[in-house]
Ligand binder design. Sequence first.
Ligand SMILES: Cc1cc2nc3c(=O)[nH]c(=O)nc-3n(C[C@H](O)[C@H](O)[C@H](O)COP(=O)(O)OP(=O)(O)OC[C@H]3O[C@@H](n4cnc5c(N)ncnc54)[C@H](O)[C@@H]3O)c2cc1C
Length: 391
Amino acid sequence: MSHPTSDIIVVGGGIIGASTAFNLAKLGAKKVALLERGAINSGGTAKSCAIVRTHYSIKANLVHAVESLKIFANFAEAVGGSAGFHRTGYLILGPEEHREPMLRVFRTQNEYGIDTRVLTPAEARDLHPLVQVDDVGVIGYDSLAGYCDPHLVTTSFANRARELGVAIYTDTPVTGLRFQGDLKILATPRGEFASPVVILATGPWTHTFEPMLGVKFPFVISKHKVITLRIDRPYDPHWPIVKDLTTPDKLYFRPETGGVVLIGTGDHGDPIEDPDTLTDEVDMAHVERIAGLIAHRMPAFANAGYTAGWTGPYDITPDWNPLVGPVPGCEGVYVATGFSGHGFKLAPTIGEGLARLVLDLPPRVPIDMYDMRRFEAGTPLHGAYGIGSIS
Ligand SMILES: Cc1cc2nc3c(=O)[nH]c(=O)nc-3n(C[C@H](O)[C@H](O)[C@H](O)COP(=O)(O)OP(=O)(O)OC[C@H]3O[C@@H](n4cnc5c(N)ncnc54)[C@H](O)[C@@H]3O)c2cc1C
């Protein structure tokens, strides 16, 4: 069975694909289809901690995060539906050598209207009474940051896209892609879909398209573990998110529903080849090590109980920044992948930027710096905190 030819097909219904489909429809594109192999939000986005903060030393990331945060914070009006956004603020704990880069980031954030500053230990404890900062060189604060609900955000983007005319096909894995003149023919168990423009928003699964396109996408996949811990009193939902750059794991933690604290890492994680092999099993050695680091940062957690854990895939590029734009040598094929553990907070404006690129509209927030050809050109994006998801 062949479906009517589309103008644009988005493959992948995570936050990036859903945001792109929504933005295409909002900008007036007709005959847009989104093909998702499972349900909307059944990939990496479903495992996300969904922290949205603007502290980035790479200006492009900072600007995307600033503009995207405005959308998360005003989601009902900007998109429709709810983002489940909680504004908590964000504490960044760094070694002394991070003071200068942090101040530089603060200056840029301030230019973009973000209230950020260096705090004294007493000010930090006023915001988060459980955190001890005796061994911390510099404490930064971003008052506008918070976190969202990844399911609400992604399904809201998809629902709104559908209302604006996008045809959404779930349980529709793309198993083949071939070129026929200007058209790309996508094979699926529901028959063939054809379009002159295809956008691959397939996250860590994007490697499966390499043999079809004859292109290598420069990213590796790794497994990241998230755990939640509980003590004898509820973890206050208003306490700020904490990023602890003094730990090798670049640990972060935030309040989670149920009075627990949720803890993730911004490091390399454990390498895996195939995201489909990922299980939610978290080994006790990891739980114990992270619980030890948390007990150091929050002594009240010395006897914390382990409540839950899960894992999710990071798609990590050589410079820990996304691959967004045209696929070289494949006219009409675009990619948005390799978000390296920080794609959630960038998704609203990445989707918009990609939609504008495909529709030949001038960019509002430029995305050209994320073109995958930057590696061949020797112009990777490097941040001030070294490699990692806060670059
Ligand atoms: C544990 C963890 C915590 C994180 N925390 C944060 C955070 O706090 N803040 C932040 O900004 N970012 C965070 N991230 C990163 C962020 O969540 C991701 O960068 C983002 O969700 C990636 O979205 P995506 O749409 O590219 O990928 P995905 O959500 O993986 O979507 C890709 C979709 O493509 C579909 N697909 C794949 N192949 C095919 C095919 N052949 N045919 C059809 N469909 C296909 C998949 O089923 C999937 O739904 C975190 C990530 C993890 C794993």
